[in-house]
Write a new protein. Sequence first.
Length: 258
Amino acid sequence: MRILFIPDTQVRPGVNTDHLEAAGNYMVAKKPDVVVMIGDWWDMPSLNSYENRSSSYFHDKSYIGDIESGKEAMERFLAPLNKYNSMRKKNKKKAYTPRMVFTEGNHEYRIQRAVKEDPRLKGTIGREDFELEKMGWEFHPFLKIIEIEDILYSHYFVNPDSLTNNPVGGTIENKLKIIGHSFAQGHQQKRQYGNRFTAPGKELHGLVCGAFYSHHEEYLGEQGDKQYWRGMVLKNEVKNGTYDPAFLSLDYLVRRWL
């Protein structure tokens, strides 16, 4: 089995999405069995709860604009797949239909949080606006853990010792020790990968990749924005929680696959 792992894209109006078309071309060429989008495809700045509602930050923010920008980016990512399958159908050949898994991120979850804070929004905004199922994705709510070939997937993993449900932090070795299972997550703008063996000899793999976008995130500052890896990961020979990772940088994908 091969699994294509797509980290956070944080799409919002006006950002570049060339790399998503390149990723779609790569997906069709390599044909992984499963595609996992780990969440935060949508950035949703219009629902940013960290900014004061009266601040100038919101002067150009729009919920509809946020939703549409993410859908347009998704359509660009899936365009190579749809084109490929259209040709296959025309030639009466079998379509390529990978399992596509979407785990909701904290940025998509901003919609749920907004509705909880203001019940008047119920029925006016919601997850259904993403239209992910219509585009072929299997949607899983924020922080639900999905297991695929003995690897756990979630946008991030909550530290069981945290009273405030904070994510498991620290090194990849620390994450593997606390989670105690092969896992993959997004959320953190860094690349961490490592493995360890249990006493009975089972190999566990840990992966953290949370940045697959080319735009600048102002809140990280000039230095923080330059200190993380941007790209996606193809997991080869996936079986019982182990695999061989191929790290695909954003720059490589745009150069080779756009």
